[in-house]
Design a protein around this ligand. Structure first.
Ligand SMILES: [Zn+2]
Length: 436
């Protein structure tokens, strides 16, 4: 099993991109060797005649097939490692189930160590240090791996975890006042609700101990790294440094922004990231495409070239923080949520970003139905924060001005919108209902 050293990792990131790439060869060789122990990959490696050590040496995965979520759904056991590893499974987590039914992912003791390392180095990049207090405003139960990962990362870094969970704003505020955390890990909407609650009660979140917010679960930036209205409001209200993080349970890997806030750093020991077009061909640096990840060093369920279904860009130029590792920009859309609108392509995320500019919108989801060949029928359902004051035409003109589409708009109460978004009983709110 690999020993994950934080000191070595921090040194590696400041070395030249060439040196980092050289270093990755050993990680990739070990990973491909390990993946070859699973029924799914052993079959392919045997029959393809490819030399996986040669592939690892070139750090070029393009000859290897991609793996999709459907491949795992078809036969999950084919991705599991031999009994010697599977007998060391110490945790079984589940994906959030926002795209299909949840997948169960086995974690070995080594996988949890790897994850702790991942979060520790990510926290370090975000400016969190040994001795800092970090409030984890995320759930640690319900088979959720991220909460456990953040906690382990704190322990590995030598920071102090405050496991508040995602509670009522008043309870969150009380803990912040009592425990004085310098950083909070949480969902942007929850952190905003806590800030608004404080202001309504004559308190000022900008004066609190919180200096860093690690935003999980939804993007806070546009592709050009400027903050979306949600992110800008969050940063201003808390007077904090806002960093965003992207992760997927299947990948057992997180990509967190450093304190510069310009995309999630790819950790060279942990992952190789490719951005590809719809034919699987790599796109140029800075262009959007599907994020394909090879998470290295995973024992229980190793994956090679996993198609995330998320669209983002990769930026290879060195970062102002001093780390020379590539960064993944904000997730711009989900590939499966592509909408056809009168011959052009749009994504729900584009509509949600426009809605962030309308303060009266308290919650929103999108319904899509099949209409005719060139178009889907798109209905945007918004919850009115101030009951009755919402201007339908203003919202529609704003959407039309920004992304040149005019969907149907339904205005309801916030309660009824939120009820619909949570009635599936999952961990995350559902914002996209596809009836095509
Ligand atoms: Zn950086």
């Amino acid at each position: 099993m690999h020993t994950w050293s934080l000191d070595q990792a921090l040194k590696l990131r400041s070395q030249s991109p060439h040196h980092i790439l050289e270093h990755q060869k050993a990680f990739l060789t070990a990973h491909l060797d390990h993946a070859a122990l699973t029924p799914f990959y052993s079959g392919f490696f045997k029959h393809s005649g490819l030399d996986i050590h040669e592939i690892a040496c070139s750090v070029d995965l393009s000859d290897l097939p991609m793996t999709s979520r459907e491949d795992i759904e078809k036969s999950p056991a084919d991705f599991h490692c031999p009994q010697e590893f599977m007998s060391d499974i110490v945790d079984i987590s589940q994906t959030s189930g926002t795209s299909g039914s949840p997948l169960s992912i086995p974690f070995t003791r080594g996988d949890l160590d790897r994850l702790a390392f991942n979060e520790a180095v990510a926290f370090a990049g975000a400016g969190i240090r040994q001795g800092h207090r970090v409030m984890l405003s995320v759930t640690l139960d319900r088979c959720f791996i991220a909460g456990l990962a953040y906690f382990s990362g704190c322990v590995k870094l030598g920071a102090t975890a405050i496991r508040s969970g995602p509670g009522h704003p008043a309870a969150q505020w009380e803990l912040i006042t009592e425990m004085q955390p310098s950083a909070v890990v949480g969902v942007p909407a929850h952190m905003l609700a806590t800030a608004r609650w404080a202001v309504q009660n004559g308190l000022n979140p900008a004066d609190s101990s919180v200096e860093i917010i690690v935003a999980i679960g939804e993007p806070v930036r546009r592709p050009d790294m400027s903050l979306l209205p949600l992110g800008a409001e969050l940063q201003e209200m808390w007077n904090c440094n806002l960093v965003s993080t992207y992760a997927a349970t299947e990948l057992q890997t997180c990509f967190c922004e450093c304190s510069q806030g310009c995309g999630g750093h790819v950790h060279p020991e942990l992952a190789l990231v490719e951005i590809v077009d719809e034919n699987g061909t790599p796109v140029p640096d800075g262009q959007p495409g599907e994020v394909v990840v090879t998470p290295m060093g995973v024992e229980g369920m190793p994956l090679v070239r996993y198609r995330t279904g998320d669209i983002a860009r990769l930026f290879a130029e060195p970062c102002a923080c001093g780390w020379n590792t590539p960064r993944i920009g904000p997730i711009e859309a989900r590939l499966s949520q592509r909408l056809k609108y009168r011959g052009t392509t749009i994504y729900p995320e584009m509509i949600f970003h426009v809605l962030q500019e309308v303060p009266q919108v308290g919650a929103a989801y999108i319904e899509v139905r099949a209409d005719f060949d060139l178009s889907d029928h798109v209905t945007v359902v918004v919850g009115d924060r101030e009951d009755g004051s919402m201007d339908r035409e203003q919202i529609l003109s704003l959407i039309q001005a920004r992304i040149r589409v005019k969907p149907d708009l339904r205005i309801e109460t916030i309660e009824s919108v939120k009820k619909r978004m949570f009635e599936h009983g999952g961990r995350k709110p559902k914002r996209f209902f596809d009836y095509r």
